[in-house]
Design a protein around this ligand. Structure first.
Ligand code: ADP
Length: 626
């Protein structure tokens, strides 16, 4: 077997084209994956953050409520001291300090679990205190500069977070004016510890902090966050704190909360840097990284509570989803490309098949035409013979007629002239039949009464039939019509009858008895017409049957008289019948011999079945030999 060799450029051309296509496709795929990744990230992040916001909101509400409840517990505490006569007498200066009052305050402080309880006179000096017996007792101290005193002295409830000046203990101061007959005579103060307030957070799941009105963290679930600042503090503010000793000169370092992105009025993405080694604390939640910060003011104070929900998980999840979306879309893209490629291949294939079919059809048309010419070639020999006889007869008849005329035998002359006219008619019919047969037919199927093309075919072969001595039996009703082209159907019948004659040729002369039967019938209710050409020849051998319709398949040796031996007759005929939407089949008959069946779609004829149709040839009555 020869190896097909390809020149190098021819080999590389498709590769180069493919590379160019891939070069264009790869960036497109990458772009698609990137886009899907970005969308995946955004959608997942958006959904994750929405979830986080929802839980954060719940946490914030819960923690804020519990803290407010805790503070409220002490809200009216200092005011109740104004109900004590001893207290009022003392601050109004009507009675000296009774030690019993100090002890009363001490017991009250123990019971309530507060840090300290004390009363001041109008000038801001502490007159009685729960810690009276301790070395760092407030008694005698001037606290008039403390904001909570100033507030209460002005007749308002004082609320103040601060670090104690004596023990440096942070606490929440609640103060109330002590009034007598509408005049403020003193101030009562209760100091609550941060730990007490923080107890309400025993179950927090995310870091939470409370900043006071100055932005200083005063409560935090992470101890080291306490006394840090949320926003930078300017010098005047710092100096003011130093004066009021609010934070007792604590350094107030910034917490280091970096705002990243505000996603709603009450929610902001922030980042907390990792605390330095050694400052790490044991917590159940992360204390550095990305957080969703949600803040709400605490009623009754100037404070704001902030819940920090860890957001790194959401981002991590969003990255995972983005990667998934990117890989998924790339995969889908590849699938789509493969599908498109396949479709292109199929289309290409279809186009090729269509082109081949067109070429084959054209070739077949050529063959049909060539086949006709071949038949005409075959016929011409016989035709010359066929015409020679009447010509000779004409010669004789005309000679005789001249003689009859000379003799004045007009009757005989007229008889001869009539016979001459008959002969000329017959010859004319023969030639016009040949003309119609050789014409290249358009082949468009139309309703045709099949009897006519069958008669025409038999007429064409009349001379061969007569010479062969084969008996022809035709059983084709006039009204059977099929969808076909009469000229082409005629050619098919010519081929089948000629084949039958060839097959019967063996019997010719010797014993005779050759018989050809042509029948046509309409199938019962299946809308088909079946024309059969049967002979009683040798039939179709088993090795011939499957190859019957193969072009150029023939068992005939040489072009005998009347037979082509080209092996095209049945191939062309089958093609013609197929074009009509029918089928040509060959089989062996019950009594031996071959039976060929032309199966055609049935048709109904236009009004007059006997009317002459364009392209039809009316078979004349066969001329009787002179
Ligand atoms: P060709 O007639 O040129 O051989 P065809 O295609 O018409 O080509 O026929 C192909 C072959 O089919 C013939 O050579 C013959 O062997 C077989 N064949 C066709 N018709 C008959 C028939 N009526 N009886 C027996 N054999 C037949």
């Amino acid at each position: 077997m020869m190896r097909r060799s390809l020149s190098l450029p021819a080999f590389f051309m498709p590769v180069a084209r493919r590379l160019r296509t891939i070069g264009l496709l790869l960036p497109a795929l990458a772009g698609l994956a990137l886009l899907a990744g970005i969308i995946g990230f955004r959608v997942s992040e958006g959904m994750g953050l929405a979830d986080l916001r929802e839980t954060g909101r719940h946490r914030l509400d819960l923690y804020a409520e519990s803290l407010e409840r805790e503070i409220d517990k002490y809200a009216y505490f200092p005011a109740t001291l104004g109900l004590e006569r001893d207290v009022l007498d003392l601050v109004a200066g009507r009675a000296p300090l009774a030690w019993g009052l100090n002890r009363y305050l001490e017991r009250l402080n123990e019971r309530a679990g507060t840090l300290s309880i004390y009363v001041l006179n109008r000038q801001g000096r502490v007159l009685a205190a729960s810690n009276w017996n301790r070395p760092d007792s407030f008694i005698g101290e001037d606290l008039s500069y403390r904001p909570y005193f100033i507030e209460a002295a002005a007749g308002r409830q004082g609320r103040f977070f601060g670090v104690g000046t004596t023990r440096g203990e942070a606490g929440y101061y609640l103060s109330s004016p002590l009034a007598e007959d509408g005049a403020i005579v003193g101030v009562a103060v209760v100091k609550v510890s941060l730990e007490q307030l923080e107890q309400s957070w025993s179950t927090v799941e995310a870091p939470v902090l409370v900043a006071d009105e100055n932005g200083v963290v005063i409560l935090a679930s992470v101890p080291s966050w306490k006394f840090t600042t949320l926003r930078p503090m300017d010098e005047p503010t710092r100096r003011h704190f130093d004066q009021t000793l609010q934070y007792n000169a604590r350094p107030l370092a910034p917490l280091g909360l970096m705002p990243q992105d505000r996603i709603a009025a009450d929610a902001e993405l922030v980042r907390l840097s990792r605390p330095a080694e050694g400052q790490l604390e044991e917590t159940v939640f992360p204390v550095s990284g990305g957080f969703l910060a949600q803040t709400a003011p605490l009623h009754g104070t100037g404070w704001a509570m902030t819940v920090l929900s860890p957001a790194d998980q959401v981002t991590g999840m969003a990255w995972a989803q983005a990667a998934l979306a990117a890989v998924g879309s790339a995969f889908l893209g590849i699938l789509l490309l493969m599908w498109m490629q396949r479709r292109r291949h199929l289309r290409e294939l279809e186009r090729k098949v269509e082109e081949r079919t067109r070429n084959l059809r054209a070739a077949q048309d050529e063959l049909v035409h060539a086949g006709k010419l071949a038949v005409i070639g075959q016929l011409s020999a016989g035709l010359a013979h066929e015409l020679n006889q009447p010509l000779a007869a004409l010669r004789t008849l005309s000679g005789n007629t001249v003689k009859f005329l000379q003799r004045g035998n007009l009757d005989a002359a007229q008889g001869n002239l009539e016979r001459i006219a008959h002969l000329v008619d017959a010859m004319g019919a023969l030639t016009s039949q040949l003309k119609s047969f050789a014409r290249k037919s358009s082949g468009a199927p139309r309703p045709v009464a099949v009897r006519r093309p069958i008669d025409n075919a038999l007429f064409l072969l009349d001379q061969r039939l007569r010479r062969s001595g084969v008996a022809v039996q035709v059983d084709v009703p006039e009204d059977i019509a099929a969808l076909c082209d009469p000229n082409r159907l005629e050619q098919v019948v010519v081929n089948l009858v000629a084949n039958g004659l060839d097959a019967l040729a063996g019997r010719e002369g010797s014993q005779g008895g050759g018989r050809l039967t042509l029948t046509a019938a309409t199938g019962s209710g299946d809308g088909r017409v079946r024309i059969q050409v049967a002979d009683n020849g040798p039939g179709l051998p088993a090795d011939v049957l499957p190859r019957l319709f193969e072009p150029f398949f023939t068992t005939k040796e040489t072009a005998k008289e009347g037979s082509g031996g080209l092996g095209l007759g049945l191939a062309i005929s089958a093609g013609i019948v197929r074009d009509f939407g029918g089928a040509l089949t060959g089989a062996n008959g019950a009594d031996g011999g071959a039976v060929f069946t032309i199966d055609l779609p049935a048709a109904t004829l236009p009004i007059d079945p006997t009317a002459v149709q364009a392209g039809d040839f009316i078979c004349p009555t066969l001329p009787s030999p002179p």
